[in-house]
Design a protein around this ligand. Structure first.
Ligand SMILES: NC(=O)c1ccc[n+]([C@@H]2O[C@H](COP(=O)([O-])OP(=O)(O)OC[C@H]3O[C@@H](n4cnc5c(N)ncnc54)[C@H](OP(=O)(O)O)[C@@H]3O)[C@@H](O)[C@H]2O)c1
Length: 276
């Protein structure tokens, strides 16, 4: 039996076991995927002992993404861009770390908007944390033109612009409405809008009629940002598809099958999120 899992603190909320459990059953694989509660400060030691624990690898959620990135033997470019990793596996006894949120976001976008060509497009990114960095990395790979980053802590946006170079511009948080007017795509990468948390104050009335509005928060599934965009008739992409697509590479690495993100899997997660 092949074993994998997810580490986090807390980890009880993680929906990854639902996703990987669905695929294990669908592909008839003799494997398991469990939650592991790992205290802050203990993540590096935990992932260095994955083999001894009988695990082929793991996913990593908050607050450990930076610690496991630092603990890996080898890191992939998306992880280096984010300074954080969410997927670990072994290659020739070396602990590998990638950030699959990056490709997960891009693939969710391409699945939701078939034929989407991001070449030379302008993108507005709200937030400048690890998720924002991974997403900008993926957008670069897709050939986007200019990226505007708006962040509460300006120095963090500046650091992102410095890392990615001249195609990325840093802005103050209060410039986000005026600065997004010309965007072809906007993505909220902050936790604002998360159920029970602080709201995201973002006026969508000035966005272009062709602007795609995406949010990586997926609880609620339709965040106030997406609801406002829909009400204006704008195309929207929610954060659940990113969650599903980011899980694909890990499953393939551990269990040897590249799994499909199916409507049935999405429906399973939607039911879980909506508590039905
Ligand atoms: N859908 C998915 O599959 C998926 C994958 C990964 C992450 N996520 C979600 O993405 C979110 C961000 O993750 P992360 O790893 O990038 O976190 P992070 O590194 O901690 O970054 C958080 C970002 O949110 C901003 N922020 C927090 N509170 C704010 C406030 N009150 N006003 C304005 N900005 C605020 C931060 O700004 P400062 O720099 O000023 O603090 C920072 O830019 C989380 O909610 C996470 O669950 C979703």
């Amino acid at each position: 039996m092949i074993r994998a899992g997810v580490i986090g603190w807390p980890v009880a909320h993680s929906r990854s076991p639902l996703i990987h459990g669905y695929w294990l059953k669908r592909y008839g694989i003799d494997g398991s995927y469990d939650r592991h509660a790992v205290e802050p400060g203990a993540a590096a030691a935990f992932v260095r002992s994955l083999r001894e624990r009988g695990l082929a690898g793991c996913n990593v959620t908050l607050p450990h993404k930076e610690a496991v990135y630092a603990a890996a033997d080898e890191t992939l470019p998306a992880a280096r861009a984010a300074g954080a990793a969410n997927t670990l596996w072994f290659e020739n006894d070396r602990l590998m770390a990638d950030n699959t949120d990056a490709a997960g976001y891009l693939n969710s976008l391409l699945a939701a908007v078939p034929g989407l060509d991001l070449a030379s497009k302008t993108v507005a990114v709200l937030g400048a944390g690890g998720a924002a960095r991974g997403i900008i990395f993926a957008l670069h790979g897709a050939g986007v033109g200019t990226v505007h980053v708006f962040n509460r802590t300006r120095t963090r946006a500046d650091a992102v612009a410095t890392y990615f170079g001249s195609k990325v511009n840093a802005h103050d948080w209060n410039e986000r409405v005026a600065g997004s007017r010309g965007a072809d795509l906007i993505v909220n990468t902050t936790a604002l809008g998360l159920a029970g948390g602080d709201p995201l104050d973002m006026d969508v009335s000035q966005l272009k009629a062709s602007c795609i509005v995406s949010d990586i928060v997926y609880v609620p599934l339709e965040t106030p940002l997406l609801a406002a965009a829909k009400a204006r008739g704008l195309r929207t992409v929610d954060g659940l598809d990113m969650l599903l697509h980011q899980a694909v590479p890990g499953f393939e690495m551990w269990f040897g099958v590249r799994p499909e993100v199916t409507p049935e899997l999405r429906a399973l997660l939607v039911r879980d999120i909506e508590g039905t």
